[in-house]
Design a protein around this ligand. Structure first.
Ligand code: DX5
Ligand code: ZN
Length: 240
């Protein structure tokens, strides 16, 4: 059908940055029960971003309490020095920032050699061309829709064209690469991100800041599925 998007498997990855850390296990189980697909873990070092969060011990503790893939987002300088520690702690996906890595091919290859899926992330102002050569050896590309460092920020919709351009590049490659969008994603803008071509949606405050996680995830899935519905024509609108 004209203009209808090909159906893709989409996933929701709640970011524990906005969870209640004093009850982290319960929070993770609650989003698991709400049918989250991944658990997004934001690692910050106070250098690459102006904030500090958590390290491998927390990933190890999470690995014991949930079967969900742990989607570990490394917002740190010199990530190569910590890859083994995060892999041994149980990370399922390790995403490094292209802005923090000198030898991207080496870093992504090292991650994959450890049996972990390799991701690369771009800040909102970083152009797509920097990761184009990596599309032959990466499993996930994370497009930041806020400047990384904090949860609860407003998204930057100007990154949508970058997601669209990446979608075209990946579709041309015929390789399985997920496009993840991260920052300020909520029920009311997730459809736009899906329409642009994202497959994995990270949301922190958009989930943990709401009273009923199951209801929020359901509303997010419904909004995502609208991106795949046939476009409404004038005649179909008149029939209502
Ligand atoms: C930002 C982090 C995001 C953030 C998402 O630096 O990488 O994962 O926690 O949180 P929200 O959805 O609240 O923007
Ligand atoms: Zn993140």
């Amino acid at each position: 059908m004209a203009n209808q998007m090909a159906k893709r498997v989409t996933k929701i990855s709640p970011s524990i940055l906005s969870a209640d850390f004093s009850r982290l296990g319960e929070e993770v189980r609650a989003v698991e029960k709400a049918e989250a697909d991944y658990i997004h873990v934001d690692v910050m070092d106070g250098h690459f971003v102006p904030n500090l969060t958590i390290g491998p011990p927390v990933v190890k503790a999470l690995r014991r309490i949930t079967p969900l893939p742990l989607d570990v987002h490394l917002m740190i300088q010199r990530p190569d020095e910590f890859l083994t520690a995060f892999a041994e702690a149980g990370a399922s996906i390790l995403t490094v920032h292209v802005e923090a890595v000198v030898h991207l091919h080496r870093t992504l290859t090292e991650i994959r050699k450890m049996g972990v899926r390799a991701g690369v992330s771009l800040n909102p102002s970083t152009p797509l061309c920097l990761i184009e050569p990596a599309l032959d050896f990466v499993d996930l590309v994370l497009i930041m829709s806020v400047n990384p460092g904090f949860g609860g920020q407003e998204w930057i919709p100007q990154v949508l064209p970058k997601i669209k351009a990446l979608r075209r590049l990946i579709d041309g490659k015929k390789r399985e690469i997920e496009i993840e969008v991260d920052g300020g994603i909520k029920v009311d803008n997730i459809e736009l991100a899906a329409r642009a071509g994202a497959d994995v949606f990270v949301s922190g405050s958009g989930i943990f800041g709401t009273p009923d996680y199951a209801q929020t995830l359901k509303a997010m899935r419904e909004a995502i599925s609208k991106a795949y519905s046939p476009p409404r024509t004038q005649s179909s609108q008149r029939k209502k």
